[in-house]
Design a protein around this ligand. Structure first.
Ligand SMILES: *Cc1c(COP(=O)(O)O)cnc(C)c1O
Length: 436
């Protein structure tokens, strides 16, 4: 007789095409059917538990089936599940927008609701281009950083630079120029990259609408990290050359980097900020594009001047998702989350020190509640990330390495004991690669 896990897996594979997956891998690699979640743990149908060390693709902040968020959604569910946001509004959207305006950098004063990360990036790119057009300037190019990731819809993919996702679709993409990301976390690397940025701006700024970047941490690009002084310089240069700065904080927002937003480390206000992932505590799809009154006002005129931003998604500002976001922000308000995270960060940093003694470890990086161990000496075809993934899973930890980079991005409610377990399993997985 098949186990419950296996039964679900087989029924799944009959009909579901999974994201970011070569489906043939599942001929040998079992899917993991999850029955329930609680705190940092996911449980399958056979009673096995897994520490969710990647926050279910970087979305979860306060654990699975969190009481406060659950209650908020349940209450909203019996009040209003959804209503269109054109011509109509509702309390969760209004309250959330006010809160977001209050906590994000100073000049961000308007909230445009979208329903996932990539779509928020699309909307920000369109808004930026359209802003310049409304001001009488045609600027059809975007500028982004090498090794960047902004999502996988056509526009978002165009400004990204992860070959694995992008290369195939190259002929379909929109015009984009890339400048080098700082090569490491040093201030010197940031200065060097700023020089390269200014060179491009001197030549091409008149054609460029915006510079889009992931502040401080490039997530999908292997948890690559850089110094906050790059953000200070990028803000100065974009202002000097009259192009927008779009801070894509979809992954870095809501405390991941140690401050509420990565931009706070540099004390800068971008012209646009995209937020999603942690926004709803990892519960429901929702995203926003935050922007300035200046941008907003460039679209504000009589209807027949045809300057409005006519962009929409069916589930724009869904009330259930907004309620989850309100509960998430309330948890931040009622607890010293950033303070507690800082203690955990230091603890994780100490725990990771011993990794540097392993001969296959190239570098250990950390920024806030994101830590990464980069390995060396392996070819892509060896798929060592997959080996670590399988080993960790067998030990009850969900790690999902990006190529040769093993990273930890747990929900903030992870306990010190669970941190020990998560790191010990990763260490053993990396150490075993040496003896295999
Ligand atoms: C995940 C991510 C996106 C895309 O968000 P989706 O909701 O997956 O479309 C965009 N930008 C960054 C920085 C991300 O990490």
């Amino acid at each position: 007789m098949l186990s419950k896990n296996n039964k679900i897996m087989q029924r799944d594979l009959e009909v579901i095409w999974h994201p970011c997956t070569q489906m043939k891998d599942h001929e040998t690699l079992p899917l993991v059917p999850i029955k329930s979640g609680k705190g940092v743990y996911l449980y399958d149908f056979e009673g096995n538990s897994y520490i969710d060390a990647v926050s279910s693709w970087w979305v979860n902040l306060f654990g699975h089936t969190n009481k406060m968020i659950n209650n908020r959604i349940k209450a909203q569910l019996d009040t209003l599940e959804h209503v269109l946001l054109a011509g109509f509004t509702h309390e969760p959207a209004v309250e959330l927008a006010h809160k977001l305006v209050n906590i994000t950098p100073q000049v961000l004063a308007k909230v445009f609701y979208v329903d996932n990360g990539s779509s928020a990036v699309e909307a920000a790119l369109k808004m930026s281009y359209h802003y310049h057009l409304n001001r009488g300037k045609r600027k059809p190019l975007f500028l982004s950083l090498t090794n960047s990731y902004h999502g996988e819809t056509i526009g978002a993919l165009s400004v990204g630079d992860v070959a694995l996702y992008k290369k195939t679709y190259e002929p379909l993409l929109i015009a984009n120029i890339q400048v080098p990301v700082p090569k490491d976390q040093s201030e010197a690397a940031a200065s060097e990259a700023l020089e390269a940025l200014e060179k491009v701006l001197q030549e091409k700024a008149h054609e460029i609408a915006a510079l889009i970047l992931e502040p401080l941490i490039q997530g999908a690009g292997g948890m690559h990290m850089y110094h906050a002084s790059y953000l200070v310089g990028a803000r100065e240069l974009t202002q000097k050359y009259d192009i927008h700065l779009i801070a894509d904080e979809i992954m870095t927002g809501f405390g991941r980097t140690g401050k509420m937003f990565a931009c706070d480390h540099a004390d800068i206000s971008p012209d646009f900020m995209t937020l999603s992932k942690g926004l709803t505590g990892g519960y429901l799809p929702l995203s926003v594009v935050m922007t300035t009154d200046e941008v907003y006002n460039a679209f504000y005129c009589d209807y027949n001047e045809y300057k409005a931003f006519l962009h929409s998604h069916s589930y724009t500002g869904n009330p259930l998702a907004c309620s989850a976001a309100l509960a998430t922000l309330e948890i931040f308000e009622q607890n010293d989350i950033l303070g507690e995270n800082e203690k955990k960060r230091i603890y994780i940093k100490e725990k990771l020190e011993k990794f540097s003694l392993l001969s296959n470890v190239k570098e250990i990086r950390q920024q806030g509640m994101v830590s990464a161990v980069e390995l060396k000496g392996y070819r892509t075809e060896e798929r060592i990330g997959l080996r670590i993934y399988e080993y960790a899973l067998s030990q009850g930890v969900l790690l999902r390495p990006l190529g040769h980079v093993i990273y930890f991005m747990p929900p903030y409610i992870i306990s010190y004991e669970e941190i020990d377990r998560m790191i010990e399993v990763a260490y053993e997985g990396i150490r075993q690669l040496l003896t295999d």
